[in-house]
Design a binder for this molecule. Sequence first.
Ligand SMILES: [Zn+2]
Length: 119
Amino acid sequence: MIAQKIKKEVKPTKTHLKKGDVVRVVSGREKGKEGKILQLSRIKNAVWVERLNLIKKHTKPNPKYPKGGIMEKEGILSISNVMIICQNCERPVRVASKRLTDGKKVRICRRCGEALDKD
Ligand SMILES: [Zn+2]
């Protein structure tokens, strides 16, 4: 659906980030703020982070919002402007990936080596 609108030469942004990750914004207007990733688009180089970069949106009354009016909605942040927070280091870190002996790939913190994916 999204892909159809994109020109061929646009390459998806490389990222280790995933939906649900807790990230910190390291650049731009929301710098220093933290939140959970709600949605991510590598093709758009975009992430939507819970309660960050809020934009006001005028909404007509609908079944979900019977009154309509001005809604706040998360706006786009650039993937390159957010970093995952390592729960162990308690700070934004760079991510490496590592293949386990069973062939499963996990993301690890480049700083402390702890796994970032808790299953
Ligand atoms: Zn760490």
